[in-house]
Design a protein around this ligand. Structure first.
Ligand code: HEM
Length: 357
């Protein structure tokens, strides 16, 4: 017999008393009421609530990937939770539009009361970045308690590190009798030689354009060389041009190239969603930087940074999964892919036992 649960009341369940009495505009406190400050407070609070939900999802995905072996079901669960994060992120980008109904002059009515508070000090935002895998420089978060919480997150493996380990464990990379990487290398050489011939024989290119395009092709060829050679890859990692280990990069590439194989489909979707999370974070950063430019011009931020310029710089600098974006450089067309040996194709497919007549 189920335990009888006491009836629940809406406002009590949602703790609305506390939630709805948590808006205290400073302008009111100082006797200089500024109408738009309520919007400013509520928009920030709504962000923090969504940050909480994102952390809830990230923590659960990280827990799944901490296991020594991650089974298909876990990848499906992780994938759907990350997809939920991306839907929230789209809301977060759009939510700035609500705040932009406040004009720069309206903002000035209360801006000075806020110094030195700033989104810069949002612990949850820093936790999201850090848990995803942004290398933490220790930023001022005001309280030492918050600093300690961030410190704790930096010592546990990030989602980046967990995904890297999971990729490194991917089977199929070195299958006896299937020299995949040498076949792939030959297919890449043929593709690059084709591109070179196209550039060299293109009558519409000026000599300068041709030189530029050949130089770009040489850079692409050097990138491919790093996929095929561990030493070159390690040098790029040491120079900060790559972050993902060689083995993990090869596994991610293999998953992308053979994603039509049933077993690789879910890992492919998962990696794609990771890139989407990263891209939407960059989209939010850029959108927020534009809003800040519009709102305060080139003034410094209340948190003391250079404001708009600082924020713009974070868009590229703070990408976490750049190595996964860059995989597209290494793709070759399906028709040039080395053909999988039948045994391997069987292992990568789903096989149902034949039903007895
Ligand atoms: C009038 C609206 C806003 C203005 C003028 C503004 C301005 C700024 C500025 C200038 C910075 C750079 C740090 C500083 O010097 O303060 C910053 C950082 C930040 N803001 Fe805003 N902001 C606004 C709204 C928001 C909202 C609604 C959020 C949502 C939580 C937010 C979250 C953040 C975060 C997370 C950072 C740190 C970004 C990083 O360091 O990568 N901001 N903001």
């Amino acid at each position: 017999m189920d335990k009888p649960y006491p009836p629940v009341e809406y406002a009590e369940y949602l703790k609305l008393d506390r939630l709805l009495s948590s808006q205290s505009p400073k302008s009111l406190e100082y006797g200089r009421p500024a109408h738009d400050e309520m919007l400013f407070v509520i928009v920030h609070q709504a962000y923090e609530l969504w940050f909480k939900q994102i952390l809830h999802e990230l923590d659960s995905v990280m827990a799944l990937f901490r296991a020594d072996s991650v089974d298909e079901r876990s990848i499906g669960t992780a994938q759907s939770r990350l997809a939920r994060v991306t839907e929230i992120q789209k809301l977060l980008v759009d939510q700035l539009r609500v705040l932009e109904t406040m004009t720069p002059l309206d903002f000035l009515d209360f801006r000075d009361f806020l110094v030195p508070a700033s989104g810069f000090q949002s612990l949850q935002f820093r936790l999201i970045e850090t848990k995803l895998g942004l290398r933490a420089e220790h930023r001022a978060l005001a309280s030492s308690e918050r600093q300690a919480a961030l410190q704790e997150a930096t010592t546990e493996p990030s989602l980046f590190a967990l995904v890297e380990r999971w990729l490194e464990r991917t089977p199929f990379l070195e299958t006896p009798g299937f020299p995949f990487w040498s076949s792939y290398g030959r297919a890449v050489d043929a593709m690059l030689a084709g591109d070179r011939a196209t550039i060299e024989s293109n009558p519409t290119l000026s000599d300068d354009d041709r030189r530029r395009e050949i130089a770009a092709l040489d850079r692409t060829a050097a990138s491919f060389a790093a996929v095929l050679d561990e030493g070159t890859h390690s040098r790029l990692v040491a120079e900060g041009q790559r972050r993902l280990s060689w083995r993990a990069t090869k596994a991610a590439l293999f998953i992308h190239l053979y994603r039509d194989q049933p077993i690789l489909h879910l890992p492919f979707q998962f990696l794609t969603t990771l890139v989407e999370v990263d891209e939407l974070l960059a989209a939010w950063r850029y959108r927020h930087a534009l809003m800040v430019h519009r709102m305060v011009g080139t003034k410094i931020g209340t948190g003391g940074s250079s404001g708009h310029q600082y924020l713009l710089g974070t868009v590229e600098r703070n990408k976490i999964f750049s190595d996964l974006y860059n995989l597209s450089t290494f793709l070759i067309s399906r028709s040039s892919l080395p053909v999988l040996p039948p045994e391997m194709e069987r292992r990568l497919g789903f096989h149902y036992p034949r039903e007895s007549p």
